[in-house]
Write a new protein. Structure first.
Length: 256
């Protein structure tokens, strides 16, 4: 039995149709690979395809910052998969600034569009199909640093805080329809996007500096650490879990 099989030897996501946003690298790529291993049919997107695409996943180019991009992706999910049972909103990120007041207006809008509006729009397009079928599971990827609200990233953590709040409310609305909605909040994870952001932060000559010490568990996260949590939340083992926020950060940002 592999780790993606359940107690009866069936692969955990066998027969499930999954959309994972931003699956061309980093955390999204690990989620796509684990979902494929678990037997799901997987559609993923990014603005540009991965240099080493996953065998077995379908890729669509779509920029989810716009409503048109979300509609392109949702249409592909309907046409190529016939709808989705599993939806992971993984796309996200933002660059640092010298402080909250230095964040330009267009970047506030861009960051809110990427980290908050994209999931809201895609849910509105794809969750009604789940409701009709009275089954489905959604994960929103936030950040363990959200409650800290670091000024260089206030546009990002404010957008992620909105996402967490929205995710809880959506969970309450969809639970009676048999749809589970949860959040996964990664800590510092070794990905191309994460590393590039931390390099930019280190180059800022003003504003609060970043803490480069390893999390209490003794190492930074790996994309598979986060994908493990997402796969668990999508599996039947999490059948009674909804409205939760699973913080996966090696103990870096303890929450009450
Ligand atoms: N890594 C960390 O330390 C960390 C910590 C906390 C939270 N997170 C969260 O975890 C999630 C994944 O982060 P990551 O570090 O794996 O990111 P990443 O390495 O930058 O990968 C992001 C993925 O999203 C795609 N993408 C970016 N902008 C897009 C857009 N506008 N439309 C469609 N696709 C887009 C990228 O491909 P293209 O560029 O080709 O579009 C890529 O596939 C994000 O929500 C992030 O906020 C990460």
């Amino acid at each position: 039995m592999t780790t993606t099989e359940n107690g009866s030897g069936t692969r955990e996501l066998a027969g499930k149709r999954a959309l994972v946003t931003g699956g061309s690298r980093g955390i999204g790529a690990a989620i796509v690979r684990q979902f494929l291993d678990a037997g799901a049919e997987v559609l993923t997107n990014a603005r540009s395809a991965a240099s080493t695409p996953h065998d077995g996943a379908t890729f669509v180019a779509a920029d989810v910052r716009t409503r048109a991009g979300a509609e392109t992706l949702a249409a592909a999910a309907h046409e190529l998969l016939g709808g989705v049972d599993i939806l992971v909103h993984n796309v996200g990120g933002a660059g640092p600034h010298k402080g909250a007041l230095a964040i330009p207006d267009e970047e506030w809008q861009d960051t809110l569009a990427l980290n908050f509006l994209a999931p809201v729009r895609l849910d509105a397009l794809l969750a009604p199909g789940m409701r009709e079928r009275r089954t489905g599971a959604i994960v929103h990827v936030s950040s363990a640093a959200t409650p800290l609200a670091p000024p260089p990233f206030l546009h990002y953590t404010a957008a992620k805080a909105a996402l967490e709040n929205y995710s809880r409310g959506l969970a309450a609305e969809l639970a009676p329809s048999g749809i589970r909605v949860n959040t996964v909040s990664p800590g510092r994870t070794a990905t191309p996007g994460g590393e590039a952001t931390r390099e930019q932060w280190a180059l800022l000559d003003e504003g609060p500096g970043q803490d480069t010490t390893a999390p209490p568990i003794g190492r930074d996260g790996r994309p598979d650490d986060i994908a493990d949590a997402v796969l668990f939340l999508m599996s039947d083992r999490a059948g009674w879990l909804t409205g939760s926020n699973l913080v996966v950060d090696g103990g870096e940002f303890p929450r009450g």
